[in-house]
Design a protein around this ligand. Structure first.
Ligand SMILES: C[S@@+](CC[C@H](N)C(=O)[O-])C[C@H]1O[C@@H](n2cnc3c(N)ncnc32)[C@H](O)[C@@H]1O
Length: 248
């Protein structure tokens, strides 16, 4: 799935701005080997690098990686997929913001993440959780007549079980609402960036009509003079145990 890196960087900075508090959970240390999985245009990768950690940014989208590399030439970035990436050496930490709901083969990603950590290493992630953008999805399905389940939005128990079945210990998990302001005209931009890709067959004119119909139907998301997306996020921290049996 191709990304418009320029539009992402220009109009969707709220994604990495919300991710900044996830960096506190990561608590990167100088000289640690850290992978930013699904780094996008690199803004959070750069913040990790600023701690003195040795970070690499991976993303499956060429345009995103090209933009990240142009933004931050001093940081290594590579095109790689979350379901099959390989690191030169296992990581002290794998960090990921707003990516893993795009990866519908969650089992492959979890297995790859677990394999790529050092014993004692940590996985720190945030992405769309159960119920994320429910209103937008329902309205879009209604307006297009197409039942949409394009993303992976797990519950805490589902995702913790997945990580545990891959040998990680979940030490923190949280599911929370994060109403996300998009501005006065932001729903159209959100739909163009994140939704239009699921309707590649539709001509632009038809997409505009659909956008207007969604705006009409989703009025409950227009609050205090702007659109507010009904985001719901899952945050998780999991550790790769030092020994195979963490209880001994
Ligand atoms: C909303 S952006 C978030 C980017 C960045 N983490 C940030 O906080 O700004 C989602 C990113 O996930 C990447 N992505 C989607 N599927 C992926 C996959 N299977 N493997 C690696 N990256 C993926 C996209 O290319 C995109 O750059």
């Amino acid at each position: 799935m191709n990304w418009n890196a320029i539009a992402y960087q220009k109009q969707h900075s709220y994604v990495w701005q919300h991710g900044e508090s996830l960096l506190e959970l990561l608590n990167a240390q100088p000289d640690e080997d850290i992978t930013d999985l699904g780094c996008g245009t690199g803004q959070l990768t750069e913040k990790i690098a600023a701690t003195g950690a040795k970070v690499i940014g991976l993303d499956s989208d060429r345009a995103m990686i090209a933009q990240a590399q142009a933004n931050y030439p001093h940081i290594p970035f590579q095109v790689a997929d979350a379901t099959n990436f390989e690191l030169k050496t296992p990581a002290d930490a794998i960090f990921s913001n707003a990516v893993l709901h795009w990866v519908t083969n969650a089992e492959a990603a979890a297995s790859q993440i677990a394999k790529s950590l050092k014993p004692g290493g940590r996985f720190v992630a945030e992405f769309g959780g159960h119920g994320n953008v429910k209103t937008i999805l329902n309205v879009l399905s209604k307006v297009t007549g197409k039942a949409l389940q394009p993303w992976y939005f797990p519950t805490i128990s589902e995702y913790s079980t997945l990580l545990e079945s891959n040998g990680l210990e979940v030490v923190y998990a949280m599911l929370f609402d994060r109403p996300t302001p998009l501005g006065k005209t932001g729903l159209a931009g959100w739909l163009a960036m994140f939704g239009q890709r699921f309707f590649p067959e539709l001509p632009e004119q038809r997409w505009q009509e659909i956008t207007e119909a969604v705006e009409e139907e989703a009025q409950s998301l227009y609050q205090a003079d702007q659109w507010v997306a009904d985001y719901r996020r899952i945050r998780v921290v999991a550790i790769k145990p030092l020994s195979k049996n963490p209880t001994v």
